[in-house]
Design a protein around this ligand. Structure first.
Ligand code: ATP
Ligand code: FE
Length: 347
């Protein structure tokens, strides 16, 4: 089967075409084409994502990217079996742009649509490169989320722990903003930290005594702000600050992963790490050192991309909504990303 994946939930416009067998999920699918446009540079001057501007930018990029995707794969729209699109969670305007694109293609070509949960797609992107069996323990670390999940099947995700405030990616981005490093700051901090001393400064690791897999990153961010205010002359080596700050974030994720293993009775399960922060080199080093059987999503599939959307749709292929019912599809917006809702689901 051939699937078109559409991702527009935030600031990346991305399309992919993959070919795979929905009845043999052990097989690695073939990526026929992948075309993306990142609005990072366009949004840098705003210091973050402005939903209305992001939605408008998506609109401009959709047609040319779609064209080049089919050109790259050397197939036509007639060859595809279903359209997959992120419907939640995300920013409403950007989500609707992708959903309307999916609906238009569906209307023109009688195609079913798979409604894709962006967070599940981030984790399941592991299957674009590695055949990790279920159940596995997932760590989703992205710009908006930091969640431990026990994944029993492509549709069965149990939350074991979550952040009560900022996400890990947010901690990198907001920390980078305080340090004047630009947006998004995760990769910049990662690169600077390579030449820094992580033991030079002590930033707090929150919730260590909570006894569960709950995370919190607002404290480490505040302590960085206090540190900067205490050093108005910038008499510090940026590399050392980045390494120390990064260490606090990574150490929190690593220690709470142990707790998630306990809570989920998952000590012997493979671990899968996905989302943009899974690119982080210190996180990779730390988890490989402290855990066995750890699998990181390939860096090119960690930040938002259409391939992970198409890949996840392959795994829920038989749940796709047939035509014309799929034309009633709507954005389910932010509801999964509201932290209290996640907690409710957990109970
Ligand atoms: P969500 O998926 O939760 O809606 P998002 O899609 O915006 O959020 P992603 O695209 O998965 O998030 O990841 C973006 C985040 O990853 C940013 O916060 C960015 O700083 C971070 N990031 C990217 N590379 C690195 C790195 N090498 N080290 C740390 N963080 C990184
Ligand atoms: Fe994402």
């Amino acid at each position: 089967k051939i699937i078109l994946g559409i991702e527009t939930s935030c600031d990346d416009t991305s399309f992919a075409l993959i070919k795979g067998n929905p009845d043999d999920l052990g097989q690695i699918p073939t990526l026929l084409a992948h075309q993306s446009f990142s609005q990072e540079l366009m949004l840098a001057k705003w210091g973050g994502v402005v939903p209305e501007i992001a939605a408008r930018n998506h609109l401009e990029k959709i047609t040319p990217l779609l064209d080049s995707c089919f050109k790259q794969a050397q197939i036509s729209i007639e060859d595809i079996d279903i359209v997959a699109v992120t419907t939640h969670p995300g920013l409403l305007g950007p989500l609707l742009t992708g959903i309307n694109c999916a609906k238009t293609l569906s209307l023109m070509h009688n195609l079913p649509i798979a409604s894709v949960n962006h967070l599940y797609a981030h984790l399941e992107a592991i299957h674009l490169t590695t055949n990790v069996p279920y159940p596995y323990l997932g760590l989703l670390v992205s710009g908006g989320h930091s969640i431990y999940l026990k994944v029993t099947s492509p549709t069965d995700f149990e939350i074991l722990g979550n952040t009560i405030d900022d996400a890990a990616g947010e901690a990198f981005d907001k920390g980078g903003k305080l340090l004047g490093l630009g947006y998004p700051a995760g990769k910049i901090i990662d690169d600077l930290a390579l030449n820094g001393d992580a033991t030079k400064y002590k930033f707090p690791i929150s919730m260590l005594d909570s006894g569960d897999a709950t995370l919190s990153f607002s404290g480490v961010k505040t302590s960085l702000r206090n540190f900067i205010e205490a050093h108005p002359d910038k008499d510090f080596k940026m590399e050392d600050v980045c390494a120390s700050y990064q260490h606090a974030i990574v150490e929190a994720l690593s220690r709470k992963l142990k707790k998630a293993q306990e809570i989920g009775n998952a000590q012997n399960l493979p671990i899968v790490v996905g989302g943009g922060v899974a690119c982080n080199s210190e996180l990779r080093r730390n988890l490989h050192k402290n855990f066995s059987n750890v699998h990181f999503v390939a860096p090119k599939f960690c930040t938002d991309n259409g391939a992970m959307i198409a890949n996840y749709a392959l795994r829920i292929f038989h749940h796709a909504i047939s035509f014309p019912e799929c034309l009633a599809l709507d954005a389910r917006g932010q509801f999964v990303s509201k932290k209290h809702k996640l907690e409710e689901q957990r109970k």
